[in-house]
Design a protein around this ligand. Structure first.
Ligand code: FAD
Ligand code: NA7
Length: 537
């Protein structure tokens, strides 16, 4: 008889990924412990409670697909969900499926090591407590570790400093001078919301202007909701058979296969219906890799920005000229807010930030006096969360050392040398709407574990107690990710998608650009081949 660990599985993180992982493993009859650093469930939506925080995946697809009854009855009535709505939804799911009993909050994993003699993991918590488990599943988030750049003299600033990814439970900016550093998805949402508050002066410190298209946020009528409720199975079928999983028909037409008038009509239609991914991938199929197509759409958006702005000087500061090849953004009235006299932009590309004293000092010698500085500077995406943890594999190697040059994993879920450990949304996962992808990965991981558990039995000694990805399978997957992203303009554009947003970090291929449908097909092929690329010993 072999010895038993404390739990069959430890799941780290209680966001969309950890919650579903817990559900699947509990349903398989396993003993499961979920540990979460935050005081409650929610993940991203626990931490990012800044004003204006919302998912820009439409409401009908920013949820789980596996509870049809709940899909039909859970109430929501706007095209997009705000942060409190998503947090409430995830709490509801945990309650509905009685998952809280498996979860421990305010519990951070600091280290983990694999013991080849037992084929299990020891997880060390911040408190020093140790837990053992056969399987370790990290669902610790792609956008979880904040990017908090160092600014000279920051400690001498006497005002308030916040990061959007660690937003406090209360704040009051009434009559204050507020500066926001960063204008990605978060900065755009935050500025749009704060501009409506009684703030004295709101300044956006902007390094790279963005292309922002309308979100199209409206009420969802009871009839539209009923229509969805009648079609959930078809809807999710389409989503999981698509590239991006955002629920719109992805275009198969190149931009220059149609006349200039038709292009304009298509852009105009997408502008009116709204949605960032829809605009980039629902209009034409080659915007992200054909330079001419990209230039055409960029020019259209610039025209729209000019139309919205009253002051040509402000408009020019907001004007993007690089490739339209970052995560597509959408807004609920961003540009219009700059038409107000108390909302302005500071171009920190031309005049970088030099330090913080009474506010923010820039290279031209200007000093912008501020009461509040908000960092909307994003995240160290994908592998950032893993840098805080010392994960030691079977031969003693530490995962963050392995990943110091290039974080990679087989299918986004498994790393050779780190047996019985699986990640949800690990490096080289598809670049898609995340909830459906999370489901696909969680189901793959739980099926793989189930397969190993079938092989294992007390009579068979250690057989089936160790699953590991093969190095050759990883190499092939990484090469595929490299080839798929090579022609993309995204790869020639600095952003978190290639790890190019954090000072000192070497950019690398962090995502699989083949889309959700192809990814699912690859998984199916692997399963049918007896879990090709994994060895179960
Ligand atoms: P997370 O939600 O990030 O949860 C990870 C959890 O792990 C966190 O709670 C964290 O506290 C915990 N954790 C991390 N390290 C440890 C540790 N060492 N010990 C214990 N616990 C730990 N995606 C979309 O598809 N569409 C969108 O519209 C969209 N909008 C977004 C908007 C914002 C502002 C942000 C930040 C992200 C957005 N995302 C969006 C991405 C979003 O992160 C995912 O959709 C999804 O929430 C990820 O869920 P997750 O469970 O994988 O990770
Ligand atoms: P992003 O998209 O990484 O945006 C971060 C913003 O912060 C962006 O404008 C950056 O400018 C700016 N930034 C970052 N570091 C600095 C420094 N050192 N100085 C000045 N400005 C800086 O993060 P978000 O939180 O907006 O969005 C992340 C994802 O979360 C998003 O795509 C959604 O999926 C949810 P830059 O563009 O690099 O010049």
């Amino acid at each position: 008889m072999h010895q038993k660990p404390d739990f069959e599985a430890i799941v780290v993180g209680a966001g969309f990924g950890g919650i579903y992982m817990c559900k699947k493993l509990v349903d398989q009859g396993m003993s499961v412990k979920v540990i979460e650093a935050a005081p409650d469930v929610g993940g991203t939506w626990y931490w990012n409670r800044y004003p204006g925080a919302l998912s820009d995946t439409r409401s009908f697809l920013y949820r789980y697909s596996w509870d049809l009854e709940d899909l039909r009855h859970y109430p929501w009535n706007r095209e997009y969900l705000k942060q409190p709505d998503i947090l409430a939804y995830l709490r509801h799911v945990v309650k509905r499926h009685s998952l809280r009993q498996y979860m421990e909050f305010n519990t951070e994993m600091r280290a983990a090591s694999f013991h080849p003699e037992h084929n299990w993991w020891t997880v060390t918590l911040k408190s020093g407590r140790e837990l053992t488990s056969r399987y370790l599943i990290t669902a610790i988030g792609v956008l979880s570790k904040t990017n908090f750049p160092e600014i000279a003299d920051m400690s001498s600033f006497k005002g308030e400093i916040y990061h959007t990814g660690h937003w406090p439970s209360s704040y009051d900016f009434t009559d204050k001078r507020v500066g926001i550093i960063g204008n990605g998805s978060t900065g755009v949402q935050l500025l749009t919301a704060l501009a409506d508050q009684p703030i004295k002066h709101l300044l956006s410190f902007q390094r790279t202007p963005q292309y922002v298209v309308p979100a199209g946020d409206t009420d969802v009528s009871p009839e539209a909701r009923q229509n969805l409720d009648n079609r959930w199975e078809t809807i999710w079928g389409q989503v999981k058979d698509s590239t991006f999983g955002f629920g719109f028909a992805e275009s198969a037409r190149p931009a220059f296969s149609v006349s200039a008038e038709e292009r304009e009509r298509v852009f105009e239609e997408a502008w009116t219906s709204g949605g960032g991914f829809n605009f980039m991938f629902g209009t034409f199929c080659d915007i992200s890799y054909n330079e001419e197509a990209n230039k055409a759409v960029a020019e259209f958006i610039r025209r729209k920005i000019r139309d919205k702005m009253h002051d040509p000087v402000k408009a020019e500061k907001l004007m993007p000229y690089g490739w339209y090849a970052r995560r597509p953004l959408c807004d609920t009235g961003y540009y219009e807010k700059f038409n107000r006299p108390n909302v302005d932009i500071v171009d920190i590309k031309t005049n970088p930030i030099m330090g913080m004293t009474k506010g923010i000092r820039t290279a031209d010698g200007a000093e912008y006096a501020l009461d509040v500085v908000i960092f909307a500077t994003g995240f160290e995406a994908v592998d950032g969360s893993y840098k805080r943890i010392s994960i030691q594999g079977a031969s003693g190697e530490i995962l963050r050392d392995r990943w110091s040059e290039e974080p990679t994993s087989y299918l986004g879920v498994s790393v050779p040398g780190f047996p019985n450990m699986f990640s949800v949304l690990g490096p080289n996962s598809p670049f898609t709407n995340q909830p459906p992808l999370i489901e696909v990965q969680v189901e793959f991981i739980s099926d793989l574990i189930s397969r190993a558990r079938q092989v294992a039995s007390p009579q068979q000694g250690t057989k089936g107690l160790r699953i590991e990805a093969e190095p050759s399978a990883l190499a092939r997957w990484v090469q595929k990710c490299d080839e798929l992203s090579a022609p993309s303009l995204f790869r020639r554009t600095e952003s978190w998608i290639f790890g190019a947003n954090v000072a000192g970090k070497k950019p690398s291929v962090l995502f699989y650009f083949g889309g959700l449908a192809n990814y699912r097909e690859a998984l199916q092929d692997i399963i049918q081949g007896g879990y090709k690329g994994f060895c179960i010993v």
